[in-house]
Design a protein around this ligand. Structure first.
Ligand code: LLP
Length: 418
């Protein structure tokens, strides 16, 4: 089926964008991002998990709306700083979340006094050794997790993430003994999580606050993590964020009552804020049949959008006919240009090629892949020596703005001119 174009894009706008900026092209819509932010306003802090989309212009847009930021690498910290985020406490505009601290990151968080959300006890020791009194969050693995794929489940014993829940007292003891300052408790059990699982996290969080309280430790803030899903498939349910906030507000209320102090409530979404704001535009370069399968080959591959190849993820698609003529539907397998069989945008988790009805494509048409604002450009690679695609931001009536120019092959070669 030809899904109708998202983001109020018209076929003409798609034509203008590809003619001006070329393909493959990432396009984002600022209004959609702002809308998603507003939906989460009830939380004290909305912290954007920038791994979903780390372009500094998107980060600036977030900061202008009062959204704080999570960084998971030295590079992401430098991006946040470049976008104008102020490091340090008490505002905690940037928090660094990880399970390891490499030397460069350790020096950086110590220099800027960026709070560290620690997923391992070793991180606490390493931090305390160089930065006395450093503010830390503890990221706990509650012993269960969930996600749209096993690869995005970040809880339970198969996950490397977070401090295992039975180690909580040991971690608190390290915080106390090494003179670190407890800034908050954090849990993130996975990405693309269903509602029932998301709700379990609140109960687990309350248990932790009780255990900290029993040891005489105050928990000033709690984070619900990210994980909120979006309806990639037509008709899939949308997360009821008001209800979700209500669950966490109740956790916060009980934590406040227990401790006799205010408790700050954070949420840390990536996908929810940006996924639906983005599309990937590509051009149809070949159509061919292989036995029962009709292949539509476009000029974007999994080096651009990795999600289908990595998780069997579903993305809706629309075809924009270059001649603007109506086309009959045809079951099509949509694939990219890479020299690899897994370079297919319509596939299931095990790599099974799946055909879906699309208007009969012709060379020169444009394919619009929907909901690629999260984990699209940020997961791209240079595989097959393909330069990173350009990114464009649409903002109301303003002219489309190039927010990342297309990389060149020469830039790749320059790295090797040693
Ligand atoms: N907080 C932490 C500590 C995380 O590890 C993540 C995602 C998030 C927040 C944001 O999760 P979100 O709200 O976006 O679900 N590449 C995968 C998703 C991997 C997410 C990793 N961590 C995908 O394309 O679905």
């Amino acid at each position: 089926m030809n899904a109708s174009l998202p983001l109020s894009l018209s076929e003409n706008t798609v034509r203008e964008l590809v003619q001006r900026f070329g393909t493959p092209l990432w396009v984002y819509d600022a209004a959609t991002v702002r809308e998603r932010i507003e939906a989460l306003r009830a939380f004290d802090t909305i912290r954007f998990a920038q791994k979903a989309c780390s372009n500094t212009h998107i980060l600036r847009l977030m900061r202008a709306q009062g959204v704080k930021v999570d960084a998971v690498s030295h590079g992401e910290i430098l991006r946040a700083l470049a976008a104008g985020y102020e490091p340090g406490t008490p505002a905690q505009e940037i928090v660094f979340t990880a399970d390891v601290l490499d030397a460069a990151t350790l020096a950086c968080v110590a220099q800027h006094r960026i709070p560290v959300n620690a997923g391992s006890i070793d991180m606490l020791h390493q931090l305390a050794a160089v930065s006395p009194g450093h503010p830390v969050w503890l990221r706990l693995n509650p012993g269960f997790g969930h996600g749209h794929s096993n690869k995005t489940n970040t809880g339970g014993e198969h996950s490397k993430h977070g401090i295992w829940h039975t180690e909580f007292e040991a971690a608190l003891e390290v915080v106390r003994a090494r003179g670190l300052v407890l800034a908050g408790l954090h849990m993130h059990i996975g990405s693309g999580v269903d509602y029932a699982h998301l709700a379990q996290v609140g109960e687990a969080m309350l248990g932790l606050v009780r255990r900290a309280h029993a040891l005489g430790l105050q928990v000033p803030a709690i984070s619900a993590g990210g994980g909120l899903s979006i309806p990639y498939q037509a008709g899939a349910p949308r997360v009821d964020v008001q209800h979700y906030f209500g669950l966490w507000d109740e956790v916060r209320r009980q934590a406040q009552q227990l401790q006799g102090r205010e408790v700050h409530l954070e949420i840390e979404p990536g996908r929810y804020l940006v996924a639906e704001s983005g599309v990937l535009l590509s051009e149809v370069r070949a159509v061919k049949d292989a036995g029962a399968n009709h292949f539509v080959l476009v000029d974007a591959g999994f080096n651009e959008l990795m999600r289908p190849a990595m998780y069997g993820a579903y993305h809706a698609m629309s075809l924009v006919a270059a001649d603007a003529q109506a086309r009959a539907a045809r079951l099509s397998v949509v694939a990219g240009p890479l020299c690899e069989s897994g370079d297919v945008f319509t596939q299931g988790e095990g790599g099974t090629v799946l055909a879906r009805p699309l208007p009969q494509a012709q060379v020169g048409d444009w394919l619009v892949v929907h909901d690629t604002g999260a984990y699209g450009a940020s997961m791209s690679s240079n595989y097959n020596s393909r330069p990173l695609a350009a990114e464009v931001l649409l903002d109301g009536a303003a002219p489309p703005r190039l927010i990342r120019r297309r990389q060149t092959v020469q830039e790749l070669l320059d790295l090797e001119a040693v």
